[in-house]
Ligand binder design. Structure first.
Ligand code: ADP
Ligand code: MG
Length: 231
């Protein structure tokens, strides 16, 4: 809780009310699993982080001016260590082409998560003037807008409410191992819903938050992307 407060305060000092993957530590502080990695500000640093992670990595532009990173070519998946330096430069060039004066905080170098064994879900929060924070859960990834398969509860969300959210969505069978796949770790999902609900209950300054995707696998969950707005 203290760590979360520090992260939010340092963001406020930077005078930005929109945070992205650079705020992943916030989730970490509340016990929500995130892929290994960090935000760096040079190709050399990026290479060092990639070597540390080992194997291919994902690289993402980090900028408060870029909301949908992949829309502008700001996400590269499966980058080998040899390509990390060039990819760093590419990502920055694409961001500059998109918006010349964009604030660029750096590039995130992140561990690859196996999406094939998992389901991309979305977990988010919106603050309603009447009900307060609403927690939203549903099918994530590229299908969010198309399928609109989501469900909502008022925070704080109890364990049984969180578990009910998993039952609610049309894609529930996907979580339970459709087509011979292993079912995802539902207990980890339920716990993550509750932890996020606790985070936004503790910090009213968070007016909006999206984890998309929250990858649910048979071995647990991973919050792969984060976007949030402070008031
Ligand atoms: P944005 O939503 O801003 O475009 P994301 O960080 O969500 O950026 O990345 C876009 C997509 O790239 C994700 O929905 C996911 O399919 C894939 N992706 C992102 N990070 C990872 C990762 N660490 N491992 C595997 N796939 C990833
Ligand atoms: Mg995303």
């Amino acid at each position: 809780r203290e760590r979360a407060r520090e992260i939010l305060e340092s963001a406020a000092r930077r005078d930005s009310n929109r945070l992205g993957v650079e705020a992943m530590d916030l989730l970490d502080a509340y016990g929500i699993p995130t892929p290994r990695g960090s935000v760096v500000s040079s190709p050399t640093e990026a290479e060092a982080v990639a070597e540390d992670i080992g194997g291919d990595v994902v690289m993402k532009i980090v900028s408060p001016d870029i909301l949908h990173k992949s829309d502008i070519g700001g996400v590269e998946v499966g980058v080998s260590v040899d390509d990390v330096r060039d990819t760093y430069e590419d990502l920055v060039v694409r961001a500059r082409n998109y918006q010349r004066d964009a604030t660029i905080l750096g590039v995130q170098v992140q561990e690859m998560i196996d999406l094939d064994s998992g389901v991309e879900t979305i977990l988010g929060v919106n603050r309603d003037p009447q009900f307060g924070p609403l927690v939203l859960f549903g099918l994530g990834g590229i299908f969010v807008e198309v399928l609109e398969d989501t469900t909502v509860r008022v925070a704080p969300v109890s364990e049984s409410e969180a578990s009910g959210m998993l039952d609610d969505i049309d894609s529930a069978p996907l979580l339970r191992g459709a087509r011979g796949r292993d079912p995802v770790d539902e207990a980890a999902l339920v716990e993550t819903v509750q932890r996020l609900s606790q985070l936004v209950t503790d910090f009213p300054a968070i007016v909006e938050l999206d984890i998309n995707p929250l990858v649910a696998t048979p071995d647990g969950v991973q919050a792969v992307d984060l976007r949030l707005t402070l008031d």
